[in-house]
Design a protein around this ligand. Structure first.
Ligand SMILES: Cc1ncc(C[n+]2csc(CCOP(=O)(O)OP(=O)(O)O)c2C)c(N)n1
Length: 273
């Protein structure tokens, strides 16, 4: 927990966007909309809420369930200095370990992604394990709304509530989109907050681009004893770059170099490092 200010968290989110654009621009394509849409969430998690100091085994842990969101975590780990930026620019290229959906063991990645809806079950296991070992570790798990259309996510929610895992916070990226369009048109999820509450989580719904609201929602003093927390964060895919946000197919962007350059200028942060 670093107690960052609202301004610092906003600036950090802009830097994460700049990093994500820089990384995706290497090959000119990728799941960049998801990284832009979750920049404030990641800023508030990694640079405010999560405890990442002290003995390593007591650190908080972050499980990224939708593997195709990897770019958002590469951006965080670039900001934290875990990667060489030149290596990250090989994102998605043949022979690179910087895959579009990541592998467990890559610096900063707890699980192998790609096959959706498995991460929350793994996060439940980590939270249960931390409690059994008497560790102060809090486990944060990001899930996407498309993953709520898979039964395993609901099984994990059931067991998190059954075990009373108040050391688990689920962050739902509620961007209302999936591969084939709107979640509400494919298999509707609303009222999603009520459904999560009915499955035993303490639910907080926030604007996922409002760092003050996110900061409050993710604070440990908001935790209800004996219950997991679910933060429903309303976001927009591609947030910050209108051309990405309003693209015909925002789920995956393949763009000429000048559009990546324009996006970087628009974000207004010279991708540092
Ligand atoms: C088990 C499984 N089923 C299907 C897919 C194919 N797939 C990849 S991304 C994706 C969309 C999932 O929805 P969401 O994460 O909400 O989409 P986004 O917000 O990124 O557009 C799907 C179905 C997969 N990776 N794993």
């Amino acid at each position: 927990m670093t107690g960052a200010s609202i301004d610092q968290l906003r600036t950090c989110a802009a830097r994460l966007r700049a990093h994500a654009i820089r990384i995706a621009a290497g090959r000119g394509q990728g799941y960049v909309g998801q990284a832009l849409g979750t920049a404030e969430i990641m800023s508030c998690l990694f640079f405010d809420a999560m405890r990442l100091e002290g003995p390593q085994e007591d650190h908080d842990r972050f499980v990224l369930s939708p593997g195709h969101y990897a770019l958002t975590l590469y951006a965080v780990q670039l900001e934290r200095g875990l990667y060489d930026p030149a290596e990250l620019e090989t994102y998605g290229m043949d022979g690179s370990r910087i895959e579009e959906s990541p592998l467990e063991g890559l610096p900063g990645f707890e699980i192998t992604g790609g096959s959706l809806a498995q991460g929350l079950s793994q996060a439940v296991g980590l939270a249960l394990g931390a409690r059994l070992q008497g560790r102060p570790t809090h486990v944060y798990c990001m899930i996407s709304d498309g993953e709520l259309q898979e039964g395993q996510t609901w099984e994990a929610l059931l067991s998190a509530a059954h075990h009373g895992l108040d050391n688990l916070t689920i962050v739902l990226d509620r961007n209302r989109r999936q591969v084939d369009g709107s979640t509400e048109e494919v298999v509707s999820l609303e009222p999603v907050a009520d459904k999560l509450a009915a499955f035993g989580s303490e639910v907080v719904a926030v604007d996922g681009h409002d760092v003050a609201a996110l900061q409050t929602a993710l604070r440990r003093d908001r935790i209800t004893p004996g219950k997991p927390t679910a933060v429903v964060a309303r976001t927009a895919l591609g947030r910050g770059v209108p051309a990405f946000e309003h693209a015909d197919y925002p789920h995956y962007l393949r763009l000429p170099q000048e559009q990546w350059d324009a996006a970087r200028r628009l974000i207004g942060v010279d991708a540092p490092i």
